[in-house]
Ligand binder design. Structure first.
Ligand code: PHE
Length: 434
């Protein structure tokens, strides 16, 4: 039985001589490179430990299986996609935001949403961070498929985890030869009964505009190619599900226009699978490709794996328990449905405190990640109260603890809960109640 109690003794950042991604008070090492830390640094040990894992490169791991299936599909439509999957997650704020035309005050730059290695370097929050770098220079490829781990400070529940995996796909065409280049790709026909709802068209002047730099017919050709490619992808992945239903909705990203999201119907709800759109021409121009036009998409691999294999809890992807990984060994010869192994009982504990100014719920979630590791299944804000006299706000969070490989005793959980209380007071400056 594997114990995960090592999490308990890790302070926010600790020197650890054997790991490849570690921190001291003045610098951080990430995959062999050293970065100075500063006042902006908000990395945590639990996140740094995940960096060397690279689940998308672990043989027979469900994330790697989905990656390969998507690569197979695109390479069938056109052989000249470049495959990229080993880039470091430490990128500059210029790469992650500026080159992608994010406003200077865009909310995703906030330290409550993003992990800062230092003021100029972040852990990439999306695979789009590499667009300019991969597009730079002259390309012999028609595009690329880039898979990577991405990092976001976020809530804790069965489908959110601070590290997850995305794949970015880019297809570029010569502007002068757009028609012939785009029609050269071979898409398999969709099945007759395919249920696709698309009220969004190829642009909308008010809500999803064409770019000034693009002739309408060019933008429409690219958008059509994009939608056709992605609809084909979803059928390639989920085609055996005769009831599959997908729909397109309009979206907004600073780096594409027009933009869309694709959703699939899953367990009675629409679930977002990917974002995409026509690449902002400025990004192609700035990366030395003014004569090109193209599309981009970014999709979440955990989402797809959870739907495809019926994986109920996002923490399972990080499990090194053979009861998890062994279930995917025969993936090339048989259709796999994950068989959950017994669920051990959960135990919840509440913590309430007065919040200082600037307190963000994600700060609390991070403390729980660091102190409880994967024993924390879910953290919910169950009560907020503002004292009308003092103007202070009190919050109560309920932490649901559950191990995936053993029964936790009340004493086990109390030890962790005490650490969470101590650490949230120390790190976030909250005043504990009760
Ligand atoms: N990077 C976007 C995200 O993480 C997804 C995306 C990629 C959208 C490429 C459009 C084009 O949400």
């Amino acid at each position: 039985m594997r114990m995960r109690m090592t999490w308990l003794v890790l302070p926010q950042i600790r020197r650890h001589s054997t790991a490849t991604s570690t921190s001291t008070s003045t610098s951080t090492r990430i995959l062999g490179a050293t970065f100075p830390t500063d006042a902006a640094t908000n990395l945590s040990a639990s996140v740094l430990e995940r960096i060397p894992r690279r689940l998308h490169k672990v043989p027979n791991h469900p994330i790697a299986i989905i990656k390969e299936r998507i690569e197979d599909y695109f390479v069938k439509t056109n052989q000249n996609y470049k495959i990229v999957d080993s880039l470091s997650p430490a990128v500059s704020t210029t790469q992650n935001f500026d080159q992608l035309l994010f406003d200077k005050d865009h909310s995703s730059r906030s330290p409550s949403d993003t992990y800062y290695v230092n003021k100029d370097t972040v852990l990439r929050t999306h695979t789009s961070a590499h667009q300019s770098e991969v597009l730079a220079g002259k390309q012999s490829n028609v595009g690329y498929l880039l898979t990577a781990d991405v990092y976001r400070r976020d809530e804790i529940d069965l489908s959110h985890y601070p590290v997850f995996h995305q794949m970015e796909g880019i297809r570029i065409f010569d502007r002068k030869a757009l028609l012939s280049e785009s029609s050269a790709d071979t898409f398999a026909p969709l099945p007759k009964g395919a249920k696709i709802t698309d009220p969004t068209g190829l642009s909308n002047p008010e809500t999803n505009p064409l770019q000034v730099a693009h002739a309408q017919k060019d933008s429409e050709l690219v958008a059509l190619h994009l939608k056709r490619a992605l609809e084909g992808l979803v059928w390639h992945l989920f085609g055996s599900d005769k009831n599959l239903e997908i729909r397109w909705i309009e979206a907004y990203f600073p780096f594409t226009s027009p933009s869309w999201e694709m959703e699939v119907m899953y367990q009675g709800k629409w679930l977002e699978l990917l974002g995409c759109g026509v690449i902002q021409q400025k990004i192609l121009d700035d990366s030395g490709n003014p004569d090109k036009i193209g599309w981009a998409f970014g999709l979440g691999l955990e989402r797809i794996a959870m739907v495809m294999f019926g994986i109920p809890d996002i923490r399972l992807f990080w499990s090194q328990d053979s009861r998890f990984l062994s279930q995917f060994e025969n993936h090339t010869t048989k259709q796999i449905t994950f068989q959950p192994y017994s669920k051990y009982p959960a135990c919840y504990k509440d913590v309430s405190f007065w919040c200082p100014d600037g307190f963000h719920d994600n700060d609390m979630f991070e403390v729980v990640r660091d102190m409880a590791g994967d024993l924390a299944e879910d953290v919910a804000l169950i009560d907020t109260f503002k004292n009308p006299k003092t103007g202070r706000t009190s919050k109560c969070f309920r932490i649901n603890y559950r191990s995936m490989d053993r029964t936790l005793s009340n004493e086990d959980v109390d030890i962790i809960q005490d650490k969470v209380r101590e650490e949230v007071a120390r790190r976030c400056g909250v005043e504990l109640r009760g």
